[in-house]
Design a protein around this ligand. Structure first.
Ligand SMILES: [Zn+2]
Length: 312
């Protein structure tokens, strides 16, 4: 159930069925660190079962890579001390007030606070959610947080990037491993958009990190060079897309730049960049307000409070 990556690191692989991300586990022998809490109390319980069956210690700490539900819902199923960036935790504190009933979820989808894909997956991953509450973090940090797991130095670094501005990575130098969370992916909460001005600086920073294994949450562990050359392809597509905002012209523009027809993957990346070009700074709030105006007011009485606090 757990795959060994290095001397002191294991992972529980992802499961796309209910959008379970990879869970990382660093064990120093007596103390241990879990990377991400998983998509439900069931997910983290499954992880505890696997760790115990291998005779290894329960996690002492949990580092969260970002606020998205599939990485944080499991927190309430663990007594471990959780660590998150201030930015991540601000969202968890707000989300702690939310209900997760079908009605509340639908209201938030209508208000643009939740996306349909996540709502569908939440329903599938956690059929019973009547009394479910999100837990916020026990320990927060602004930019980076160092942690010693027995003799193993672990660094939690805020990196931001296109997926979510609160993205952090967990770097374990002595094991030559980096857990990337979803930091290099598109922003699912902003029209599946990707912006070069967020991706390129992140890639330049990742290039400087000395590690053999790069582990994206919803993929497989990859050698650093393989991961970065895949991302270089995505970045190249972003450059070819340039300032294009019309998706109808995407295939022709990529063909011109590549000297051949674009593959499906290249077109998909291209669409993320086109979506990114269509969102101007400040538009996040305007999009939220538009959705608010169209809001179908469901029976979640707190939806007004939630909207007034904002969540972009
Ligand atoms: Zn995510």
């Amino acid at each position: 159930m757990l795959e060994r990556i290095s001397e002191h690191i294991w992972i529980m692989p992802k499961d796309d069925e209910t959008d379970r991300p990879i869970l990382g586990y660093v064990s120093g022998g007596k103390t241990s660190l879990l990377i991400d809490a998983g998509n439900s109390p069931d997910h983290i319980s499954f992880f505890y079962g696997a760790v115990r069956s291998m005779g290894m210690p329960d996690p002492s700490f949990i580092a969260l890579t970002h606020w998205h539900w599939d990485h944080v819902f499991g927190l309430s199923g663990s007594p471990a001390k959780s660590i998150a960036s201030v930015m991540t935790n601000e969202r968890l504190v707000l989300m702690h007030r939310w209900d997760w009933t079908d009605t509340a979820l639908s209201s938030r989808v209508a208000a643009g606070l939740e996306i349909q894909y996540a709502a569908d997956m939440i329903r599938k991953a956690m059929p019973i959610r009547q009394s479910f509450k999100i837990k916020s973090a026990d320990i927060t940090f602004e930019d980076h947080c160092g942690l010693r797991i027995d003799d193993i130095d672990c660094q939690i670094l805020h990196v931001g990037g296109p997926h979510s501005d609160d993205s952090t990575i967990v770097y374990i130098p002595s094991e030559s491993v980096v857990f990337l969370g979803d930091c290099c992916s598109e922003d699912l909460y902003l029209n599946n958009s990707m912006r070069l001005r967020e991706l390129s600086p992140l890639l330049r920073r990742l290039e400087t990190i000395e590690a053999r294994w790069f582990i994206p949450s919803h993929g497989e562990p990859m050698e650093k060079s393989a991961f970065l050359s895949e991302m270089a392809e995505v970045e190249k597509i972003g450059k070819l897309v340039g300032k294009l905002t019309n998706e109808d012209q995407l295939a022709a523009q990529l063909e011109k730049g590549l000297g051949r027809a674009a593959t499906e993957d290249e077109l998909t990346s291209g669409r993320f960049f086109v979506a990114g070009n269509r969102i101007k700074p400040g538009d996040k709030k305007r999009l939220m307000d538009e959705k608010k105006a169209n809001l179908y007011r469901g029976s979640d009485s707190r939806i007004d409070d939630i909207l007034s606090e904002g969540f972009a």
